[in-house]
Design a protein around this ligand. Sequence first.
Ligand SMILES: *Cc1c(COP(=O)(O)O)cnc(C)c1O
Length: 385
Amino acid sequence: MSETQNLENAHTSGVYAKRDLVIVRGEGATLYDDQGRAYIDCVGGQGAANLGHAHPTIIAALAEQSQNLISCPEMFYNPQRAALQKKLISLAPTGMNRVFLTNSGTESVEAAFKFARFSTKRRKIIATMRGFHGRSMGALSATWNKTYREPFLPLVPDFEHLPYNKLDRLEASLDEETAALILEVVQGEGGVHPGTSEYLQGAQQLCRKHGALLIIDEVQTGFGRTGKLFALEHHGLQPDLVTLAKSMAGGFPAGAVLIGERVGELPPGIHGSTFGGNPLAAAAALAALEIQEKEQLPQRAAELGEYFLDELKKMESPLIRDIRGLGLMIGIEIKQKVVPYLQALTERGVLALPAGMTVIRLLPPLVIKREQINQVVVALKEVLE
Ligand SMILES: *Cc1c(COP(=O)(O)O)cnc(C)c1O
């Protein structure tokens, strides 16, 4: 055990299952440990590192803005925040014209629920089985995994979970008392399950029919991950609220809720955040969006993701149950618990994530090189075949 490990072990809250690695530096899709050993990063900051590590444009934006102004609550106007709001709206589905800025995914989801209940004057919120929306009490009420939820009961009332990709079940439950339906376009944490167009578009129609609001949670799928800037573009969705975070500011903490026309007016004082919309995060997010465009990261994720999936599907192993994904969001479902396999991958210089007990999840930075993908495929073959 190194000094760092001893210190963290002595003082950590304990809520994280730790891996036996001290990460000290990153560049592109590569991470380095304290021994100087390199790893191909398919954890991608759990979705926060779509732009890769140490991107020079993000470094420059943070350095420059930090010399001018780091904190500035939203009671004042600020040019970085104004530019970010304008940029986000220009990229959002048509009809979305307001933004609430946050610092994390769970805060974005929390705000979306509050806006939905406030706007509709209704209480019921429908979420999905296997869905993940965060850990604060409201977002947790929409999250499915019982291990996350049960120690904290009672949660917020009037939440309901329905099976994902099952339109008939939604039709039976979504009614005039429903404030909102929250959906991921691809369920991430729940095992990388893509939604079908039929389901997602049908869900949107049902919301319209009953005056409920559709919240699309793009915290993990957003910012190029699935091969489009936002995954909702794959299905032509026009939700009422979109939640964002993770890679929004190139790895710096930032989040947002995009707000559509069907959400009523939100008067001063109804919600707020001290750090939300701070100029440092806004400058980083603006730089991150500039990089997305300049480096065509969504297109890159689409092309490399297709290549990656094709290569993975060539694997022949009785261990593998299913391989699925969209863009560079990939899940390999196996017939055993994944933890020993993740360990074996680490020994071969590849870092990957679990999604549930039996899915290996790959979320590499979108700047990953084709040659690095080939190396990951070789490591996965060694471990799984
Ligand atoms: C990670 C995630 C969240 C929560 O984000 P935090 O920043 O960890 O609070 C919410 N929704 C989805 C879909 C996520 O993947």
